[in-house]
Design a binder for this molecule. Sequence first.
Ligand code: AVI
Length: 327
Amino acid sequence: NLQLTKEPKKGSEKNNSDHFLNDVLTGLQNSPKHLSSKYFYDKTGDELFQKIMQLPEYYLTRCELDIFQNKTAELAKAIRSNDEPFDLIELGAGDAMKSTYLLKYLSEKGTDFTYMPIDISGNILSILENNLKKQLPDINITTLEGEYFQMLKKAMKLSSRRKVILFLGGNIGNMTRKEAEKFCMSLHQLLNREDIVLIGFDLKKNPFTILNAYSDKSGITAEFNLNLLSRINRELDGNFDIEQFEHYESYDPITGACRSFLISLKNQQVKIAGEIIDFSENEVIDMEVSQKFSKPDIQYLAEKSGFSIAGEISDSKDWFVDSVWKV
Ligand code: AVI
């Protein structure tokens, strides 16, 4: 009996899987059907995203890396204020591949700061902490495992030093415009006058360049999307036939919305935790938005949420920008 040999779930794990089930059922009972891309990142999803970042078509990571490797002094100048000590908080730090260049630079210049990476994955945070302790033994690190705002509030209580928030990778693009506004407004409410936010935006550019980045020839992005159906099968007792769904990407150069869908290839029924969901042939599931921005779009979002733009640092192609926001 499988049930007897399984470890009982811990309280928080159970809560998480209840949320996951609830979001999945609500999303698939909606019209149009919808799944949240925040659930892409289980272990397989993390590995697929690592592969995406290496794809020749996926330029975002290389562009922001170009900024962190080649414009480190500019970044440091934008976030420092009269040698005042500060906390450098990174939202969704992951392996901190890009920010490590900045940490190294700040440390070499003798800057007084504590690095506080926030991530939902305790596993990635302990790997990050071990790596940094080897590479940059002199910097102070406090890892914070959990949701962005809960951990930000914790960081505000831990010290009264000035805060510099990093929100990199174009992650803001995975929110709808309304969600992004709400997110930035909440961030603004939490911060104090001298604090700074450095936020990464993928810019509007040739539509083919954008579309190709999300519909790569090797099919990794398709796998990344389909993995959410496999995850539902694994974790929520689902029976999706993955072969009967196909990935479709669209980019609208007017609105800047790059969107991922999965198309049902036939009329079919899928069972998830005992609930039956009907799909008709060619019906789509809305999976992810990766919003692209013009400079005025960024200005609008900053001002709408109460920030003002203090600077912007772009890569050499001007495809990606890290925008510096003052409270
Ligand atoms: C994490 N995020 C910024 C990625 C993006 O570009 O929207 C996720 C992704 N989806 C497909 N490819 C990459």
